[in-house]
Write a protein that binds this ligand. Sequence first.
Ligand code: 13P
Ligand code: 13P
Ligand code: MG
Ligand code: MG
Length: 371
Amino acid sequence: MVKTTISVIKADVGSIAGHMCPYSKMVEYARERLKEAVEARLIKSYYVYYVGDDIGLVITHDKGEENPKVHELAWNIFKEITEKISKPLKLYAAGQDLLKDAFSGNIKGMGPGIAEIEFEERGSDPIIVFAADKTSPGAWNLPLYKIFADPFNTAGLIIDPVLHEGFIFEVMDLREGKNVKLKTPEESYDLLSLIGTVNRYVISRVYRAHDNEIAASASTTRLSYIAGKYVGKDDPVLIIRAQAGFPALGEVLAAFITPHLVPGWMRGSHYGPLMPVSFRKKQNIVSYFDGPPRVIGMGWQISNGVLVGVEDTEPVDLFDDPVWEHSRRIATEIAVYMRTMGEVMPARVEVEEMEYTTLPKVLEKLKNRFK
Ligand code: 13P
Ligand code: 13P
Ligand code: MG
Ligand code: MG
């Protein structure tokens, strides 16, 4: 049977009024190019979203993960948008996430973020894509643990015989570039001791222990490790399969009800609450201190490799339910509270995580005055 691949590839290639949101023509350009790719039978279906200043391409195809043609298509789209739209219009930070000049077979390590998942379709396959702005891949650690390992979040871990066997988490050490797999519930304490360090250890994939079936895949790009210096946050994406042997959609979403603190926000250098927002209501303008960091949730069915949404490929807006107003209010309160601390840790991130800092200059100036 032909397997289905979902590739979510995203980049910030320029924005309006600072790091707020893309220009409409950028999104339209991406749609146009992906429509052509469907007609040319390179891909099967697509959806283009934006969250804050990041544009994301959700692409379905049958070519497997890390396919050079699919990666090149995405790279070219971001490159063309930069050259044809962002630069001529002097958009803010035009081409921000494109760290390399020429495409070399795989978009990983070139700047854009990517999450991919390949699987044999079940009788019915609900798919969720989360996309966040003003934060980094470690932002998913806590919700992924809750969804796949915490029975107080996911009832299925207790009452569904398949989920009851647990999950296998692949954790990436971003500094060393190595992976380790840990099985829950048996190794939950080891897993938690790693993933609490969100800037170094990030969950990249989750598999169902019952049959090793892929359940989730996250982007793990750290621009700073590619560029060799701090160049900005990596605004991550996450793909999750739901229902029937996986956590139910409502269990997946429940992990976002209480906004947790994530690194990012203003200048990529502050901890702020991750606020779940509606994309249809355009609640994804990151305005208060360039934030707070936020996440959108998109839901589809996938059928014979094609995205099925509420209208064509338009997804269900998963955080467009009055219940999330509760989370948004809490996030707003936390955001205002965190700002009362100014540049004092832990409101400000650790010095080695800061996007830019004046500390070396200050130390140089004061070096003879330290007695
Ligand atoms: P249904 O019986 O309607 O499929 O619902 C089951 C479920 O998983 C609810 O979260
Ligand atoms: P982005 O990483 O979303 O471009 O934001 C950068 C920034 O400095 C916001 O204050
Ligand atoms: Mg930006
Ligand atoms: Mg961004």
